[in-house]
Write a protein that binds this ligand. Structure first.
Ligand SMILES: Nc1ccn([C@@H]2O[C@H](COP(=O)(O)OP(=O)(O)OP(=O)(O)O)[C@@H](O)[C@H]2O)c(=O)n1
Ligand SMILES: C[C@](O)(CO)[C@H](O)COP(=O)(O)O
Length: 264
């Protein structure tokens, strides 16, 4: 164990009248779109950002949510990166699949095999979405735990939304969409484990998020507004922005703890 101090210690999860909550992090992607000219072969969820691998920033946010009973990280078979970061609050399971949806399906099955119940809630969150905060995760649970379907964090559109077509004359605008009812889906996305498992199995390996699988069954997940900082590391240019934001947050934390020390 070399970096257990990277994660806050697990706090005992209080029993909640609203049910039991688990987290599932799909962490088995290869990060093809993040591979710039100088990229190492390491998948993006393991790149170092502000002194820590990306996924440990993500896990630190989940470690701050007291209602979670446990977190399962779904990694690719043969991936031992997290072995060096063993932690009592974590289950690392080599159930990664060819697509994100396959990985989530394997992770849901693994949660049930490890004692979760079909009626428990699961919060599925991209390992590569490392700027999520404990406060946002708690807000999602607060908004959705009494809901009959579940829901997701999402961001309102700030820009005008175009449709484009890449034709013989180059990439051209062919229309402008009404944006007031459009949202960018983020994660976590929170549903009952049994319902999500059935929905994902039916939706197939190419569904891009959990909410889509539930929508395909005629359900309407709740949208919980979240800010632009909860973005997913996808392209090479995303890393510098994430590093700057994480460094700024760390600086903020150290200023607060210094002022606490001075106040004592
Ligand atoms: N087969 C896969 C594909 C993706 N993911 C995870 O799903 C999250 C979001 O997916 P995405 O950004 O698409 O990651 P990659 O598939 O790694 O990226 P790319 O499509 O650029 O290769 C990431 O945490 C990624 O590790 C996964 O667990 N299993
Ligand atoms: C789940 C997700 O992050 C919500 O925006 C997104 O759909 C993942 O997409 P990708 O196709 O795996 O990049």
């Amino acid at each position: 164990m070399t970096e257990t101090d990277s994660l806050p210690p697990p706090s005992p999860a209080p029993l909640s009248a609203q049910g039991r909550f688990w987290a599932l992090l799909p962490c088995a992607g290869v990060g093809a779109r993040a591979a710039g000219p100088t990229a190492a072969s390491l998948p993006k969820q393991y790149h170092l950002l502000a002194g820590r691998p990306v996924v440990l920033h993500t896990l630190a946010a989940f470690a701050g949510v007291r209602r979670l009973l446990g977190t399962l990280v779904a990694v690719a078979p043969g991936d031992h990166f997290l072995d060096a970061h063993a932690h009592p609050a974590l289950r690392v399971v080599p159930c990664g699949g060819r697509t994100r949806a396959d990985t989530v399906l394997g992770g849901l099955q693994a949660l049930l095999a490890q004692g979760a119940q079909p009626g428990d809630w699961v919060l599925v969150h991209d390992a590569a979405r490392c700027l999520v905060t404990s406060g946002q995760i708690d807000a999602l649970i607060d908004e959705c735990a009494d809901d009959s379907v579940g829901g997701l964090l999402a961001q309102r559109l700030a820009d005008t939304l175009k449709t484009g077509v890449d034709g013989p004359d180059g990439l051209r605008v062919v229309g402008t969409l009404e944006r007031s009812d459009k949202w960018l889906a983020q994660t976590p996305q929170m549903f009952r484990i049994g319902a999500l498992l059935a929905a994902m199995a039916q939706a197939g390996p190419h569904v891009t998020d959990e909410a889509s699988a539930m929508e395909a069954l005629g359900l309407h997940p709740r949208l919980v507004p979240a800010g632009a900082q909860n973005f997913k590391l996808t392209y090479p240019e995303d890393f510098a922005l994430a590093a700057a934001l994480l460094a700024q947050r760390q600086q903020g934390e150290s200023v607060v703890s210094t002022s606490r020390c001075e106040a004592i």
